[in-house]
Ligand binder design. Structure first.
Ligand code: IPE
Ligand code: IPE
Ligand code: MG
Length: 257
């Protein structure tokens, strides 16, 4: 009971007028959580899915507009095949189970990453979930899958190049190239149309970005906790939001007096 009242106290002290619009999370520490318990790494991933479920619901109910979760990086293919296969199957199961809840909670599902390189059985569920939830408006849930910040920039440059090369011949290349600005680049990234993350959370204490949203986090507030992802609680999540609300965002300017 004490815990429940603490949770409510924390939740109620959040200023609803100063919410981060977009929260991005590097969900890390599943393997260490399992190792601590003498379990295989896969047990950590399975438990981590419960945290995902809880954080998605908490974000939606709090009024967050965009939640981006880093689930599988372009570098994670380096892991043992058994672990990679387990993660792919887990994702499929997550989507099948969560679809109904996404509809009930008006959550729009989206993916960021090189989806074409994922196994067909995952792509199928992604497409199905995206199509089903496309009209939902409460929270957009972006799952970063086979995602790499550098590869995202490579993909953006390739598409931009193609567009320039196929542009109308009467357009001057020089003018076209000089018209490229920060907004152009943003619009060619997987995150086109989404605001940049206001708050970036990383669990398990590593002090690095691990190739996540390199362009988009230029001015994100960063919150790193030692807590491992499977142990990350609703209270921890609200604490991160409260911490964010205490920050002064200056964007290179000076303090507002
Ligand atoms: C994060 O947990 C999940 C994925 C990267 C898929 P890890 O699997 O990286 O867990 P640790 O960092 O080894 O503890
Ligand atoms: C980052 O975690 C990727 C995801 C959370 C999906 P990693 O565990 O792969 O990152 P490193 O290896 O510690 O940098
Ligand atoms: Mg890790």
């Amino acid at each position: 009971m004490k815990n429940a009242s603490f949770l409510n106290e924390i939740k109620n002290s959040i200023d609803r007028n100063k919410l981060p619009e977009h929260i991005a999370i590097i969900m890390d520490g599943n393997g260490r959580w399992a190792a601590k318990k003498g379990l295989p790494r896969t047990a950590g991933h399975k438990k981590g899915m419960d945290t995902v479920d809880m954080i998605v619901t908490a974000s939606r109910n709090l009024g967050i507009k965009v939640l981006t979760l880093y689930a599988f990086s372009t570098e994670n293919w380096r892991r043992p095949e058994k672990e990679v296969n387990f993660l792919m199957r887990l994702l499929k199961t997550y989507l099948i189970i969560q679809r109904r809840k996404m509809m009930k909670n008006k959550i729009k599902f989206n993916v960021l990453g090189r989806i074409q390189e994922l196994p067909v059985f995952v792509r199928k569920e992604i497409e199905k979930t995206k199509n089903l939830t496309s009209e939902n408006t409460a929270l957009t849930l972006n799952i970063a899958l086979n995602y790499g910040g550098r590869v995202e920039i490579v993909d953006a440059v390739r598409r931009l190049f193609k567009d320039i090369l196929t542009a109308k011949k009467d357009l001057n290349y020089e003018t076209l190239i000089n018209s490229i600005d920060e907004e152009t680049i943003s619009n060619y990234l997987y995150t086109a149309g989404f605001p940049d993350p206001d708050l970036l959370i990383r669990t398990s204490g590593e002090l690095r970005i691990s190739n996540f949203l390199l362009w988009q986090i230029a001015y994100s507030e960063i919150f790193i906790t030692e807590t491992l992802w499977p142990d990350f609680s609703e209270t921890d999540f609200y604490m991160a939001v409260l911490d964010y609300q205490k920050r002064e965002r200056r964007y290179g300017g000076v303090k507002n007096l």
